[in-house]
Design a protein around this ligand. Sequence first.
Ligand SMILES: Cc1cc2nc3c(=O)[nH]c(=O)nc-3n(C[C@H](O)[C@H](O)[C@H](O)COP(=O)(O)OP(=O)(O)OC[C@H]3O[C@@H](n4cnc5c(N)ncnc54)[C@H](O)[C@@H]3O)c2cc1C
Length: 358
Amino acid sequence: MKKIAVVGAGISGLTMANYLEKHKIDYHIYERRKMKDQAGHGFLIPKEGMDYLYQIIDPEILLKHGNFLKKYTQYSRTGKTLAEKELDHVFAISRHSLIHLLAQNISPEKITYEETIIPDNQQTGKLKLSDGTDIDADIAVISDGSKSRIRRDLFKGEKMSVVRESEVVNIIQNKEIADSVGNNFIKFHHEEGGLTFGILKLSGDTILWYSQFDNEKYMINACTAENLKKYMLEVFEDWHPLIPSIIQKSDYKNVHLWCVYELEKLNPFYKDNIVFIGDAAHPLIPFTSQGVTSALKDSFILTKYLSEEENTEKAFKKYEAERKPEIETHINNGRILLEQFLRPLRQQSENILPISYK
Ligand SMILES: Cc1cc2nc3c(=O)[nH]c(=O)nc-3n(C[C@H](O)[C@H](O)[C@H](O)COP(=O)(O)OP(=O)(O)OC[C@H]3O[C@@H](n4cnc5c(N)ncnc54)[C@H](O)[C@@H]3O)c2cc1C
């Protein structure tokens, strides 16, 4: 059986490792970050993604680390209810918790942290460890995220663009707010579009709040936590009092400003013995809430074909043929959701759910 190198231990790399483990396929993961460094935002995971997660994480343990959201309510800036929708098994979990749970099944000798894999400048398509030695593997599964350096090296003509939406995301501990939010996912909207503030409970006393903003209209120049807080207080000053109060009370040690990127056109998902999964294959904008589910499905399907097919290229080809059409649907849905978000509320359609379904 062939040996596989997995590059990146984010959601897709770790998921891939879990499926390879299940199929008893030999692998090693290389991850640039330190083991303890698991910073990040949180995820909404629709039911389909949960069904894949249950295959690799004990459901009882998984459910203890997150929260099922029951209802989505869309409010105006001042708190008038605009629309409501029941949610069907949409799970909320922090990236930190999910990474931790996915890494638990990987034995320490199969993962090397603080190792950045680099393309070989002398030979296109060859990968190297940071000390210049070749990777010991027959196949490389690349899961190094949306700005994948390896993808850019292989597909030199690709065009990446900044999406006209950025997000300030913060995860805080506050039992009072967590209890008051419960299983509701609430989101406030500016009447002129291009600005929202969402709140949801991740677990117990932990909540995630985030602001999505049109980065052509609202510009944040400095990204220190202090500046983000100041900016948020200014922008949301006259919104429903819950919002400035949450912004004021929050701890800012986990706050982050996310810039979102998209590929103008998808590349092939593989070349020679290198295959891409997750955001490295297909960046998906946050509006779709499909990044994690897509990473899970990529890993599941790729592992299935690698175990069924003797011929690697055949396995890659089948993987791409099965995954690309669905990804293209999510990319299109994401663009529609983005366009809706940028419009004034009165021009938005009634499809309010911030999730892309096939
Ligand atoms: C603000 C925001 C909100 C989002 N909300 C949701 C949501 O609600 N639901 C959802 O499903 N998705 C959401 N997404 C998308 C989701 O985060 C991604 O789809 C998902 O994290 C992709 O995982 P990944 O493993 O492919 O990439 P990443 O999470 O980017 O992981 C890549 C990993 O590779 C490592 N790496 C990079 N380069 C190298 C290298 N050269 N060598 C070794 N290691 C390397 C990195 O350190 C990192 O650990 C959101 C994204 C953003 C930005």
